[in-house]
Design a protein around this ligand. Structure first.
Ligand code: NZQ
Ligand code: ZN
Length: 392
């Protein structure tokens, strides 16, 4: 196990009608003027925005509103938000929504006190030293941004989708999580969120770091539970218990605990971010296409850990042959993604095989000549994986 520093300051307010505690949480964390950030209108239609703003009015906390954040959020909205927050003298960001909304709020939070262009943080030109505090009301379990120090934004010019990773500055102060808020999710968003959280665990689970049995078991336990609860949700999307487990799993998957003491990978995420930048595909759907292809590509060299995953998570009987079991695990994972209604091929997400050279060029331009750690991947490898993803 590697040495590590694990910092997780977020207060989680979880359960029935948790959103009623939003203003109380804001007050506890010192908010005086709030900017509420939201997406394309799901929280207006569900009445959540009204309920949340009512709690702020009751506590006499002034707020301004910034709506219209789109999935795979763009820099334009961040710039609009920075200008608005400065005009309104905002001192606390309250995103109400999913990863796209939370990430936009985080980018605004570090952009407001900075004199230069906020993109400097994403391009790696500057490190974030100061940011306004962020508190979250989560409406979709998926990206795990409610517990991460990360923000993922796409620069419209060049459609560059980059993630900013700050170990400290951008971790939310609190996250309000009411599983019932997720009842209104379209099935494909529920499913994409489930894939995303599973892959957040894979990115940590598939490691070469030795002596990580505790975190291996944490990862495997969380994955087994996600598969079980996802099946309950397929049967009944209004099953509160299943929604609650899935919601908390999304946080566990990306809050950092599953990655403690081990080298993480992230190649699949980097490969997917190029797809969602180029085709505006839903992040989890893009991952469902990339991850099985990545597993198949590395199976020959990495059959030991893949077989462990197959046996412990996908319930493959131990045949004594790691490669055979690894392949059966991948087959079962693909079948599970299909059960969820997720795509598995380029064609199904509107991606084109003829764009692969461009995807590979952009990927390595943005992420460096070699990506990943479990099996480091150069351009010939990533091209082969994208090609496998056209065919599976
Ligand atoms: O915009 P509205 O109208 O609210 O609709 C949203 C959106 O269309 C809808 N939705 C959310 N909650 C709902 C709901 N519809 C009905 N009922 C509800 N309760 O769902 C759609 C997707 O929302 P989005 O915020 O895009 O989803 P998600 O949480 O999956 O976030 C995806 C973004 O997060 C990034 C992804 O790349 C992508 O840009 N990621 C962020 C990470 C981080 N910050 O740590 C890590 C991840 O790996 C990921 O890359
Ligand atoms: Zn993700």
């Amino acid at each position: 196990m590697n040495d590590f520093l694990y910092y997780s300051p977020t207060e989680f307010i979880f359960g029935h009608n948790a959103e009623a505690q939003t203003a109380e949480a804001l007050a506890r964390h010192g908010a005086r003027r709030v900017l509420i950030v939201y997406g394309g209108g799901s929280i207006v239609r569900s009445g959540l925005l009204d309920r949340v703003t009512a709690t702020l009015r009751e506590r006499q906390i002034p707020y301004a509103l910034l709506g219209g954040v789109q999935p795979n959020p763009l820099d334009d909205k961040v710039r609009e938000g920075i200008a608005l927050a400065r005009r309104e003298k905002t001192d606390f960001l309250l995103p109400v929504g999913g990863g796209s909304v939370i990430d936009t709020a985080k980018a605004i939070a570090c952009g407001v006190p900075y004199e230069g262009d906020f993109w400097d943080f994403f391009s790696g030109k500057r490190a974030v030293e100061e940011a306004l505090p962020v508190g979250v009301v989560l409406t979709i379990p998926a990206a795990g941004s409610e517990a991460s120090g990360n923000s993922v934004i796409t620069l419209r010019q060049g459609m560059q989708k980059l993630s900013l990773r700050t170990p400290r500055a951008l971790r939310p102060r609190f996250a309000v999580m009411d599983p019932e808020l997720t009842f209104t999710l379209p099935p494909e968003q529920t499913a994409a969120g489930i894939v995303d959280m599973m892959v957040h665990i894979f990115e940590r689970y598939f490691t070469n770091t030795p002596d990580c049995s505790l975190t291996d078991r944490l990862c495997e336990g969380a994955l087994c539970s996600i598969v079980e609860e996802a099946r309950r949700l397929l049967h009944d999307p209004r099953d509160y218990g299943a929604r609650a487990n899935i919601m908390w799993a999304g946080t566990i998957a990306h809050g950092g605990i599953c990655g403690t003491g081990r080298q993480e990978d992230w190649a699949s995420h980097f490969m997917e971010h190029e797809l969602s930048a180029l085709y505006n595909v839903t992040h989890g759907a893009g991952l469902a296409v990339i991850v099985p292809a990545w597993m198949e590509y590395i199976a020959g060299e990495k059959s030991g850990k893949l077989a462990q995953f197959a046996r412990r998570v996908m319930q493959v009987p131990d045949n004594g042959d790691t490669l055979v079991d690894a392949r059966e695990g991948i087959r079962r994972l693909k079948a599970f993604f299909r059960e969820l209604g997720m795509p598995l091929t380029f064609r199904e997400i509107g991606a084109r095989e003829e764009d692969i050279p461009e995807l590979v060029r952009r990927l390595h331009l943005h992420k460096g000549p070699v990506i990943g750690a479990f099996r480091p991947l150069g351009p010939a490898d990533t091209e082969a994986i994208y090609r496998l993803a056209c065919r599976q």
